[in-house]
Design a protein around this ligand. Structure first.
Ligand SMILES: Cc1cc2nc3c(=O)[nH]c(=O)nc-3n(C[C@H](O)[C@H](O)[C@H](O)COP(=O)(O)OP(=O)(O)OC[C@H]3O[C@@H](n4cnc5c(N)ncnc54)[C@H](O)[C@@H]3O)c2cc1C
Length: 482
């Protein structure tokens, strides 16, 4: 853990409690702004060693993407190479090597934060922070030594933890949270997943590509309720084709551990069912880490669900105390937390800072990827906004065809009166990268015509976004305009 020049001091301009993407990024920006900064973080990895980076680097975004990439390559080698005219023997899985690669990437990135803290002069403190009244912090190191820190400003960035179901308690072996699900030492023959959200689908995809028979149980009737309906339907069709068994309207009511696995009882419209699986992942959401964080006299209000209440600029109810990331309202996304950390660090330093909550991209890193920004068609209808919609199928994209990944579509929604882009929704190859262009366009309040008149290199996947924008005015050049 970082031992910067400031470690040992007890007075700071800003102390961040929590060193995930919201806290560590904010701490770096605060130090860049010339402030004296400490960042306390409680994370310890399986080997007991502390590591900055929070859920995202240690147990979330980074390890999941490493495994998604490896498992996708494994799947392609077995199922897709032949269509390119490449004959290989059936690929053999070396899961230990795959897991070691993932662990190496995580180590490199968490170690990178130590280096960034050192070079920016942030004091990285391993242990727990507890907010006391008057912007004082009790910092307790992992060795149990307590120290009192004082700060002009405190930023709470303690993140979130997987929600546990009372009838499916995590045991780290058979009933798994998302972190344990990333560390499985063997591919289960039958894997159950409770929750068809982002995390459930990504983890289900990893193990399905590596050979598990995956069944996903989702209580809601609608698949991916937060995603544009047309895009969600397309994705659902593609997942089904891949062999993911997604059961909607399936409410799990009980689990029972047996000698080798677990029996999962669920109810749907047709009655009561029991699903036998070897491993069960519970991915039903995350709750904010605020228990034991706040002295009752510190003056920081929490919502009924435990989130720290903040205004649009992340100020809490206590003067000089701010809160950012998963611990406050809004989507639980690393980039949203980081931008809040940066905004707060800039505001504390007297600079301009803001987060445009209307333009936060979301990505689901399945294959195909799903990515979106702005409003869905359903949201626009509900808000009675008069809009125009344009779509383009990757089937007509030369690059997607060359990549053998031509399923999916891009959809652009624009205001009927002003032509301003209101939402972009993608299911298809590299959707998570493609959405970046839409985010910039929306941030600069672009119109569909702006996208239409922007030159896109040929042949690229980005041409699909260009054509979807053209299709908004029925002027697509490589599709029939309806
Ligand atoms: C499997 C999985 C995959 C994900 N993939 C993505 C993705 O691809 N893209 C994306 O944007 N998001 C993804 N997320 C969500 C993302 O990880 C979170 O939104 C992000 O980590 C939130 O950042 P944070 O800094 O608010 O909190 P966290 O990353 O949770 O960090 C909070 C830190 O605070 C520490 N802490 C808690 N209490 C205290 C205390 N009292 N004192 C000191 N330290 C404390 C915690 O130990 C932790 O280290 C994923 C999550 C999971 C689980």
């Amino acid at each position: 853990m970082t031992g910067s020049a400031l470690a040992g001091d007890s007075k700071y301009d800003v102390v961040f409690i929590g060193g995930g993407p919201a806290g560590y990024v904010g701490a770096i920006r605060a130090a860049q702004n010339g402030l004296r900064v400490a960042c306390i973080d409680a994370w310890r990895n399986r080997d007991g060693k502390p590591a900055f980076g929070g859920t995202c680097l240690n147990a979330g975004c980074i390890p999941s993407k490493a495994l998604l990439e490896s498992s996708e390559l494994f799947h392609r080698a077995g199922h897709e190479f032949a269509s390119h005219g490449i004959r290989v023997n059936a690929p053999e899985l070396d899961l230990a090597a795959m897991q070691a690669r993932k662990a190496g990437i995580v180590r490199q990135f968490t170690g990178g934060i130590d280096a960034l803290f050192k070079s920016n002069g942030v004091a990285g403190l391993a242990g727990r922070g507890h907010l006391l009244p008057g912007n004082k912090i009790r910092y307790t190191s992992h060795a149990g030594e307590a120290e009192l820190l004082e700060a002009e400003h405190v930023v709470l960035a303690t993140g979130s933890t997987p929600i546990e179901l009372p009838f499916a308690r995590f045991d780290g072996e058979v009933i798994l949270d998302s972190w344990s699900a990333l560390d499985l030492p063997a591919v289960p023959a039958r894997l159950g997943v409770i929750g068809a959200g982002v995390i459930g689908l990504e983890l289900g995809s990893v193990w399905s590509r590596l050979g598990a028979q995956v069944t996903v149980l989702e209580a809601l009737e609608r698949f991916l309720f937060m995603v544009d309906g047309q895009v969600a339907k397309d994705a659902q069709r593609q997942f089904k084709k891949q062999g993911l068994d997604i059961r909607l309207g399936a409410k799990v009511t009980a689990t029972e551990r047996g000698p080798a696995g677990v029996a999962v009882t669920y109810e749907d419209a047709s009655g009561r069912h029991v699903l036998e699986v070897d491993r069960l992942i519970v991915a039903v959401g995350r709750r904010p880490n605020t228990d034991g964080l706040l002295d009752p006299l510190a003056g920081v209000h929490r919502s009924d669900r435990g989130f720290i209440e903040v205004d649009d600029e992340c100020r809490t109810s206590a003067a000089g105390v701010w809160a950012v990331g998963d611990v406050v309202r809004g989507p639980m996304l690393a980039h949203k937390g980081s931008e809040e950390g940066v905004m707060v660090a800039d505001l504390i330093a007297g600079r301009h800072g803001h987060v445009n909550y209307a333009v936060i991209p979301s990505v689901i890193y399945t294959a195909p990827e799903i990515a979106w920004v702005g409003q869905t068609e359903e949201q626009l209808k509900e808000a009675r906004v008069d809009y125009k919609a344009g779509t383009f199928n990757f089937a007509a994209s030369g690059r997607a065809r060359a990549m053998e990944q031509a399923a999916g579509l891009v959809k652009v929604l624009a205001d009927a009166a002003t032509d301003r882009v209101l939402g972009v929704h993608i299911v298809g190859p590299m959707a998570g990268e493609l959405i970046g262009e839409a985010v910039v366009a929306m941030e600069f309040e672009a119109s569909a015509e702006d996208l239409q008149r922007t030159i896109h290199a040929h042949p690229t996947l980005a041409e699909a976004l260009h054509e979807a924008a053209l299709s908004v005015d029925r002027r697509a050049l490589h599709a029939i305009n309806h």
